[in-house]
Design a protein around this ligand. Structure first.
Ligand SMILES: Nc1ncnc2c1ncn2[C@@H]1O[C@H](COP(=O)(O)OP(=O)(O)OP(=O)(O)O)[C@@H](O)[C@H]1O
Ligand SMILES: [Mg+2]
Length: 247
């Protein structure tokens, strides 16, 4: 199977902090890869690299069969359009209504008529379980769980081929976490967008959505494999991480 995203021996530092030290993985179409790792281990940095928002110091990043690490901003745009990014903490535009937040990628990337944009916004909100009554609301009027769902609807707007989720359940109560986990599973199974990288601390989420799990420790993937295999790994660093998360 051809990988949709392929990361080969990627290194990334900020000033004196070496964050990624030779990360490699491949994501194939139809697969959900969950990336776990402690706070500050470089999970968000990894997602930003995959989306072409930052560049690696060394190594290769391939998206849709194209090397992206040396592309210009302009060359990156059509590639980013094929990815939906659900940012850590939802990152909605506070001064824009739900309608405008979800429509944003469509307005940026397409010249669809207004009627079509409105229809797609309503459809995408429906996919995340939100009705048209939220269209006119500002993000401040939403609960944390609703905000996350609007962030997912926005990422779905431009009909991406790959979804990148950064901590989709962080800060949510167990009920809303379950809801978001169920939603990610549904997207996976339902033909909307079945290929994803999900970055999370949340073991329950990992168990619900992962085809494979990777654990980022000291800038590298220490274990990559099916959930049960990684959870049962005899790698001491992985065990220590999982024991910390389970507390
Ligand atoms: N733009 C930047 N400039 C300087 N340092 C950065 C930058 N982005 C990330 N870092 C550093 O890289 C390291 C990894 O950050 P990252 O945000 O990827 O962690 P994370 O695994 O996502 O953590 P969390 O689980 O808390 O979200 C941290 O030490 C962070 O300070
Ligand atoms: Mg992060």
């Amino acid at each position: 199977m051809e990988p949709v995203i392929e990361v080969v021996e990627v290194w990334k530092s900020f000033d004196t902090v070496q964050v990624l030290r030779g990360v490699s993985f491949a994501l194939v179409r139809g697969e959900t890869l969950v990336v776990m790792g402690g706070s500050g281990s470089g999970k968000t940095v990894l997602l930003r690299l995959v989306a072409g928002l930052i560049r690696p110091d060394a190594g290769q990043i391939r998206a849709f069969d194209r090397r992206i690490e040396h592309l210009s901003e302009e060359q990156l745009l059509p590639i980013r359009r094929r990815m939906g990014y659900v940012f850590q903490g939802a990152a909605l535009f506070d001064s824009l209504s739900v309608r405008e937040n979800v429509a944003y990628p469509l307005r940026e990337n397409s010249s669809l008529p207004e009627r079509e944009i409105e229809a797609r916004v309503v459809t995408n909100l429906g996919l995340v379980g939100l009705g048209p009554e939220v269209l006119g609301l500002l993000p401040a009027a939403l609960s944390g769980g609703m905000r996350k769902r609007v962030g997912i609807a926005r990422a779905l707007s431009a009909e991406p081929e790959v979804l990148l989720f950064d901590e989709p359940t962080a800060g949510l109560d167990p009920t809303n976490s379950k809801l978001v986990a169920g939603l990610i599973s549904e997207l996976h199974g339902g033909g909307v967008c079945d290929t994803a990288i999900v970055v999370t601390h949340d073991l329950e989420l990992a168990k619900t959505v992962a085809d494979r799990v990777a654990v980022l420790i000291d800038g590298r993937f220490d274990a990559v494999g099916p959930v049960a295999e990684v959870l049962g790994s005899d790698n001491l660093a992985v065990q220590a991480f999982l024991a910390g998360e389970a507390r």
